[in-house]
Design a protein around this ligand. Sequence first.
Ligand SMILES: [Zn+2]
Length: 315
Amino acid sequence: MERRSRRGDPAAKVHLKLYLTNLAMQQTASIARSCDAVESSIRSMPELPEVETTRRGITPHATGARVRVMRVYDSRLRWPVPADLPARIAGRRIDRVDRRSKYLLFRLGEDTLLIHLGMTGSLRAFRDLPPRVAHDHVDLELDSGVTLRYHDPRRFGAILWVTGAAEGHPLLAALGPEPFDAAFDADHFWRKTRSRSAAIKLALMDNHLVVGVGNIYANEALFRAGIRPTIAARRLSRPRLARLVMEVRATLTDAIAKGGSTLRDYVDSAGEPGYFQLEYFVYGREGEPCRICGARIKTVRLGGRATSYCPTCQR
Ligand SMILES: [Zn+2]
């Protein structure tokens, strides 16, 4: 991973892709297990709204700023932080910070710093940098006077350097449309699910179909759409899928709005920035009464993940 400079070399790209695929396969099982453990313990795994809130929080301090120095205290993230990254990035100007799925993309001229928060990562902004605590792995000191500090207890996140267009990077190239893109609509959803006997919740969490709908918001959007998570995707009519598309957007919009209300304190804030809790309808509420009808919320496992629904409201 550290030698991304061979960007024109197709063999290197294929090699990298295989490397990433193998790593992903090895790690998927343990990640699924760890995800539920993390969710049940802290319930704050960064999903799309948290990443978007982080992006909005750091944008005013990062855009137009130059990197003074990058300090890597521990490079052992999901993939190692490239050893030559501090040298490459020093003095470079951050043109803007974008988001694709759950990746933060720092655009520096032609190149991109790609950051993923994994399961427990956070990127905080400090004007007065406090002493490092455990799991503070990387500091990115900017000439705006702000330092971005990457903190990640489980180290499933990633900090990578992409030479050239980031969209072609193996981690991003195969991603489906963003939930707010016009390309994610009922027709797209309907076409992509006609041959799927898998449960609709698994389809919704499939990054090839739509990105950034993680376990929490898949559970919540399905509740709001009145769709049982276990139903085969291909059995859903176009109008029901249209409703689901709408509810996915509404659920994420609500969460992003909630995150936005925390932005005032983004710099030098004491808590975990971008982390917030909605009043969930079903997520994490097994055995509790449905907020709409009072029936007990049921939990089953789908694809290894906790899946909660109301047996009355969701059909
Ligand atoms: Zn109900």
